[in-house]
Design a binder for this molecule. Structure first.
Ligand SMILES: O=C(O)C1=C[C@@H](OP(=O)(O)O)[C@@H](O)[C@H](O)C1
Ligand SMILES: C=C(OP(=O)(O)O)C(=O)O
Length: 454
């Protein structure tokens, strides 16, 4: 990496010409983590293509290696030779997940019930995030936890001789918690049941089935989902596993093209799983000109290419029940809303407070620094837009080790009257290492700044 963790990488974005061209988004982060986790757990070989080679995913790969999986890059694919369900090895050093909540929480579920100790560490951002949401159900299964007050990293989990299967109702909308309990259930005798009141991304249940686990999903009339996984079964590697493109990364290219005047781009290979398309739906309601082209299946998922043109957006109210299907996209939606006519109201945002940063506060601070009128509520955000971008920009945004805050405000700078700086773009490498090159390939005016200039 050109910029080590110690040094900040300030950047700025300025309004230039229209964005044009075609680009293929890199692999989905959620699915890439799971490809390493499930491939590393299953018996036999999984060949993964389209994997996101972001820092978060690579940390998960290193953790699975430390517990016995063989993981090697071969050309453009990754070859994963798994240990077999129930056969992970005790890691002899702490597992370092860097900035990655998904990697840490899913691996905690996976390894928690094992009759050995595993220690989890991470960067300053991850060490502030709540882990009790995963540790509580693990404790019910008999897992012992040694953690700092408040259940934060660094922490150690140690399983019992035989873990108890549980039925667990996930108290917040969280695919990470759902997934952690299901993965813990893989190593407990009998059936582990997870109930989720609102549907969150369903990659774990779909992929586990693909790797041969016995998984059953029921949805009642109210939309409450019950997911059952049979423990101690055999998981088998998937000969060819293809990771579709990440809609959460595509979001930055899409919003950039919508707000930068004259733009016309095609964003290829975007996952269209309905648990991930809330932003597209919202942008369409705002009047975005987005054509969905070439819908096809890739690795068992719907993918499509998105033809996006600069659009006159109008403010909307985003229903709170849509939050799980666009949870990582609110920061960039706030950018689109800043250039929309009228007001955009976002509600049901309580989970944004426990991401890589308190994203609600970080977005509000970024809007304030750049002259966008807004109101931050406990779990809501109201943004009043300026379609001509007049008066927007000129500020420096504190990113708090949060890749999505960095990318969102760089996108804002592409349509604002004055340039926008972010204090640190380093974390973009956790989820979207190609962000700067794809954006500049479209013609975006992005540049590094001297550290002292930010
Ligand atoms: O399961 C996953 O892969 C993810 C779930 C979401 O987190 P929560 O489960 O905390 O909502 C999301 O924000 C994160 O980027 C990835
Ligand atoms: C919340 C995110 O990731 P994680 O929880 O895996 O750190 C994200 O990528 O926006």
């Amino acid at each position: 990496m050109a910029h080590g963790n110690a040094g900040l990488r300030p950047m700025r974005a300025a309004k230039g010409g229209a964005l044009t061209g075609r680009a293929r988004v890199p692999g989905d982060k959620s699915i890439s983590h799971r490809a390493f986790l499930f491939g590393g757990l299953a018996s036999g070989r999984t060949r993964v293509s389209g994997l996101l080679e972001g820092e978060d995913v690579l940390a998960t790969g290193r953790a699975m290696r430390a517990m016995g999986a063989r993981i090697e890059r071969e050309g453009t694919s990754w070859i994963v030779d798994g240990v077999g369900n129930g056969c992970l090895l005790e890691p002899d050093a702490p597992l370092d997940f860097g900035n990655a909540g998904t990697g840490a929480r899913l691996t905690m579920g996976l390894v928690g019930p094992y009759d050995f100790g595993a220690t989890f560490v991470g960067d300053a951002s991850l060490s502030r995030r709540p882990m009790g949401r995963v540790l509580d159900p693990l404790r019910q299964m008999g897992v012992q936890v040694a953690a700092r007050t408040g259940d934060r990293l660094p922490l150690t989990v140690r399983g019992p001789r035989v873990a108890a299967p549980i039925e667990y109702r996930v108290p917040m909308a969280s695919a990470q918690v759902k997934s952690a309990v299901l993965l813990a259930g893989l190593n407990a005798p009998g059936v582990t049941t997870v109930v989720e009141a609102v549907m969150t991304r369903d990659h774990t249940e779909k992929m586990l089935e693909g790797f041969g686990a016995t998984v059953a999903v029921e949805t009642d009339a109210a939309g409450v989902r019950t997911i059952r996984v049979e423990g101690q079964g055999t998981l088998r590697g998937v000969a060819d596993f293809t990771v579709p493109g990440d809609p959460s990364s595509a979001a930055f290219l899409v919003v950039a093209a919508l707000v930068a005047p004259g733009s016309d781009v095609v964003v290829e290979n975007v996952l269209m799983n309905p648990t991930r398309t809330g932003l597209l739906r919202t942008l369409e309601e705002m009047g975005a000109r987005i054509e969905i082209l070439n819908r096809r299946l890739s690795g068992g998922e719907d993918v499509a290419d998105l033809h996006v043109r600069h659009s006159e957006l109008r403010g909307v109210a985003v229903p709170p029940e849509r939050a799980p299907s666009m949870i990582d996209e609110y920061p960039v939606l706030a950018v689109a809303a800043s250039f929309a006519e009228g007001r955009t109201l976002m509600q049901g945002l309580e989970e944004l407070r426990v991401k890589e940063s308190d994203r609600l506060a970080a977005v509000a601070a970024g809007l304030l620094a750049n002259g966008v009128s807004h109101e931050e509520g406990q779990d809501s955000l109201l943004v009043t837009g300026r379609p001509d971008g007049k008066g927007i920009g000129g500020g420096t945004v504190a990113t708090h080790l949060d890749h999505r805050i960095a990318m969102s405000f760089l996108v804002m700078g592409l349509a604002a009257e004055k340039p926008i700086a972010v204090d640190d773009a380093t974390m973009i490498a956790t989820s979207f290492p190609e962000f700067v090159s794809l954006m500049t390939g479209f013609g975006a005016d992005l540049a590094d700044l001297e550290p002292e200039a930010a």
